[in-house]
Design a protein around this ligand. Sequence first.
Ligand code: MGD
Ligand code: MGD
Ligand code: SF4
Ligand code: MO
Length: 696
Amino acid sequence: MTDAAVPTHCPYCALQCGMSLRPTADDPGVEVVERADFPVNRGALCGKGRTAPAVLSSRVRLTEPLVRRSAGGPLEPAGWDEALSAVAAGLARTRADHGPDAVGVFGGGGLTNEKAYTLGKFARVVLGTSQIDYNGRFCMSSAAAAHQRAFGLDRGLPFPLADIPRTGCVILVGSNLAETMPPALRYLTELRENGGTLIVVDPRRTRTAEQADLHLAPRPGTDLALALGLLHLVVAQGRTDEAFVRERTTGWPEARAAAMAHWPEHVERVTGVPVPQLREAVRLFCDAPTGMVLTARGPEQQSKGTDTVGAWINLCLATGRAGRPLSGYGCLTGQGNGQGGREHGQKADQLPGYRKLTDPAAREHVARVWGVDPDALPGPGRSAYELLDALGGDVKALLLMGSNPVVSAPRAAHIEGRLRSLDFLAVADVVLSETAALADVVLPVAQWAEETGTTTSLEGRVLLRRRALSPPAGVRSDLRVLHGLAELLGHEKGFPADPEEVFEELRRASEGGPADYSGITYRRIAAEDGVFWPCPGESHPGTPRLFLDRFATDDGRARFVPVVHRPAAEETDAEYPVLLTTGRVVSQYQSGAQTRRVDELNAAAPGPFVELHPRLAERLGVAEGDRLAVVSRRGRAVAPARITTAIRADTVFMPFHWPGEGRANNLTNPALDPTSRMPEFKVCAVRVEREETLGD
Ligand SMILES: Nc1nc2c(c(=O)[nH]1)N[C@H]1C(S)=C(S)[C@@H](COP(=O)(O)OP(=O)(O)OC[C@H]3O[C@@H](n4cnc5c(=O)[nH]c(N)nc54)[C@H](O)[C@@H]3O)O[C@H]1N2
Ligand SMILES: Nc1nc2c(c(=O)[nH]1)N[C@H]1C(S)=C(S)[C@@H](COP(=O)(O)OP(=O)(O)OC[C@H]3O[C@@H](n4cnc5c(=O)[nH]c(N)nc54)[C@H](O)[C@@H]3O)O[C@H]1N2
Ligand code: SF4
Ligand SMILES: [Mo]
């Protein structure tokens, strides 16, 4: 290894900050150095990115396969031959006894494009199962569905982040960017420095909301009413962009009529946002010459997330804030490869290139690339929660790669039980996650800095994460794992372990599809700071900005969707009088499997808590730090009280990063959005009690 720092990207969130890794003599062998030339973060990193090498250390990770040799026995160290044979045998036995759909596959939005592609192909070609889905279903599937419906194409942001400071007004809905993508906060700061305005919609006055010119704090689960109320006011005040609506859209009369049923006074009652604030929001948004609406998990992780995002899109369309420079709707995708992970076939209904599994032409194309009969490809399977819920029922074996649902799935105690009831569970992970600990076989895999691969950031920018050091002996890459399993299951060819070889095949598989990567090469990505898809052909420059001439629908027009408000799947009542919402803190990532192994991050965010307003605390007789029991129809979680005026008095907030008694997902409601099948992580009804402890 040379001493030169290797330019690469962070393993965690969808911002995919550029960083460089420099070799060191000490464990874990590399350190992070600034990579100021990468435009998205210009050297800035959050604490998670800065400390990411700590997880490369053999002190905290898996370094050899583990096998449970007898039911109920312990996980014991094993060689790779034994471990891979056990997985192949477990999957093959289930398929032989119960058919291919008894074998499930669960992937993750953190997996590189190459891995997501190979996992989808492995499920359809080697296992022949339709039962594959991934954790992105918990993340951005509602925004994806709304994008498809309105624009005919789903790419998180239709413009680069660098456009944000130059627009006139941003409405940021349910994103706590200051904690979830700290280096991106700079774009909002620059927006305001340039004279633009920022409106933040969040039931909590977050660090992000503190930056806003106007903060709207709706009751959780009411964003749909809020967006429709704003649209009502836009129409009532004559601020519709009639020419844009006429020339670039369809469906306005119906959408308009649906919105007009949402009178501001009614919207105030539903959302708790006063009418003058609604009017002020419309004024700020419509007075600016250009504007953007950006959503994240707040409005999306609802049982009506697709319609909610649809309502925000309608607002953009009615005001002409879409399909034009410096204007548009975008979703801030979450996971490291949340965008690419949803394009290449680990989703239940999907083939590579964002093709549909039900489309005969798509099946034909991909089957040709894969060298199989199109009729042999299974149809669409179940969504993530439905798949997890079916474990131990008709799905009896599971191969899981890149997710930790014991902590992150809604109604997690139930899902943990489903995982335990499987005939066979294999987990590939870098650490012994809470889910891996339940497995019959655990396969220790290489990490970001130890292998090369591409990710697609929230901007739709395809990036190259480069290998900077060797994995420990005893660890293999996910691609090599899939290669080995395919071989044992009779497919010696078609599952290369070399990432660039996989990417070359992915290019062909995606060619002509909505997410066309055919013009992207490793070499180009390295030379160009990433390439934006669609990129059909090596001479194509890539597409940083979408929809400027036409939308991706058949007629080129954006589609209004008539949506109306409906309540959350679970509302408060006498028994469960408080709303629970859940989310993140800056120093932990997701299920915490990785970041809970980093001392510096644990010191900053040591455990779960329940955020509540002083008025609610007083009513409950609760003081700062008291142990609180939060109880929902699904279960109970216990964590200390954190009292703050930054939250609505009718709502409590818990981060979801921890297992054990403080696991927020003991409480959450797996009510699914009918279109996206996204669970309602952001709202359920709870009771909050002071937990009486011994000696109290
Ligand atoms: N530190 C850190 N950063 C991360 C992650 C992490 O785990 N930790 N995960 C990454 C991933 S995968 C994702 S998806 C993103 C998520 O990024 P964000 O969406 O920013 O994160 P959340 O905290 O889940 O939710 C954002 C905000 O939604 C608000 N909210 C709750 N209910 C509602 C509601 O009903 N309406 C509205 N409008 N807002 C509501 C919450 O108060 C919260 O402040 O972060 C990415 N970055
Ligand atoms: N209550 C509540 N629950 C939520 C949410 C919420 O807001 N509230 N948000 C949801 C959202 S948006 C998301 S994205 C999910 C995320 O939740 P999870 O799907 O659990 O995500 P992670 O914790 O990132 O899990 C990734 C796992 O894969 C491992 N891993 C990392 N890289 C690799 C790799 O390259 N290969 C392999 N094989 N393994 C790897 C990690 O060590 C970790 O164990 O949580 C969802 N759950
Ligand atoms: S903001 Fe996201 S990509 Fe950037 S350093 Fe932090 S976790 Fe990594
Ligand atoms: Mo996510």
